[in-house]
Design a protein around this ligand. Structure first.
Ligand code: 2P0
Length: 322
């Protein structure tokens, strides 16, 4: 029997991924850049079972069915193909992110699953190959394979689309959970709708490619202020292109917008605070270790807050080969 346990964390993009060039391979229309977090881990154990004729998936102690199970099985099919195996597997996954935090658990989930499954099936993938594999489960998962800060190179095919580490200054994110409601439109569906209907989509693609180049330069220069400015303007551009879809999609709630305003007011007082938000109402404020407590206190009027920093990429916790 082979079993492997791996752990991975979610990531927050500072240059966002929104739109696919290839839905099957999950190739993005442009590259992106993110911080892997030091909180909200997903820990996943994959155990091969020569007796079973189906995969099984237990998430936070409950058997998964429907789409969640189908997505896991499809992902394991890909791992089986790489490993030349027909064995079925049990997947047991624990996710520390509170559902209400709206953190993309698909990123930590598929990063942890990619590592645990590849090891259980006897594959020894290097970081690039692991990132490419995680990408097949969920695009943003390819970034959670990487320590601290990652750039996802868009690439043009399966081999060239992967994330790798990039050096950047030590920053913090204040995560503001403003609304526990489930988002109305999934990222996957939202991306499709934007691509199919937004008159601004082409401009989003070309400008994001340029923005990523600028972000990489700001990271290389160790320029936190420029990193912050790019982070906020790119997040707002993503929400703008999403809002220009038909029928329109709006992920930000009034309280989310209030966090943007509070951060702007803090900036006017010389505090480092630049805001970003993903496909839901929760918001993250990028700040420095020195300013993190002050930012957290100021935005706590809009929701519950948690300060997080750069954390480890996907890593193996345990492995048994009998
Ligand atoms: C990001 N998001 O860069 C962007 C910003 C949400 C908003 O990546 O379809 O769950 O599995 O590739 O990775 C969420 O999209 O989508 C996401 P799929 P994913 O973090």
């Amino acid at each position: 029997m082979r079993t492997a346990t791996a752990r991975a964390h979610p990531n927050i993009a500072l240059v966002k991924y929104w739109g696919k060039a290839d839905e099957e391979l999950i190739l993005p229309v442009a590259g992106s850049m993110s911080m892997t977090l030091d909180a909200f881990a997903t820990t996943t154990t994959v155990t091969l079972d020569p007796e079973a004729d189906e995969d099984s998936f237990v998430l936070n102690g409950s058997p998964a069915t429907g789409t969640a199970l189908a997505r896991t099985t499809r992902f394991l099919d890909h791992v089986r193909e790489l490993a030349g195996s027909r064995e079925r597997a049990h997947v047991d996954s624990m996710n520390e992110a509170p559902t209400a935090a709206g953190l993309a658990s698909s990123a930590s989930g598929f990063a942890a699953l990619a590592l645990a499954a590849s090891r259980a099936f006897g594959l020894a993938l290097d970081e690039r190959a692991l990132s490419r594999l995680a990408r097949r489960g969920s695009g943003s998962a390819c970034r959670s394979v990487v320590d601290r800060y990652a750039v996802w190179h868009a690439g043009t095919d399966d081999e060239t689309s992967y994330a790798e580490q990039i050096d950047a200054p030590d920053l913090r994110l204040v995560i503001v959970t403003v609304d526990g409601a489930q988002k109305a439109v999934s990222s996957r569906e939202g991306m499709r709708r934007t691509a199919a209907t937004s008159p601004f989509y082409d401009a989003w693609i070309t400008s994001t490619a340029r923005t990523l180049e600028e972000m990489v330069r700001a990271c290389a220069a160790g320029d936190p202020t420029r990193i912050g400015e790019i982070t906020e303007s790119h997040a707002l551009r993503m929400h703008a292109v999403i809002a220009s879809s038909e029928p329109p999609v709006r992920y930000l709630a009034p309280a989310s917008v209030a966090v943007f305003d509070t951060a702007a007011a803090l900036r006017a007082q010389g505090v480092f605070a630049h805001t970003t938000a993903d496909a839901g109402p929760n918001v993250c404020v990028l700040t420095t270790p020195a300013d993190a407590e002050r930012v957290a206190e100021a935005v706590s009027a809009h929701g519950s807050v948690r300060i997080v920093g750069p954390g480890p990429g996907a890593h193996l916790v345990d492995e048994t080969v009998d």
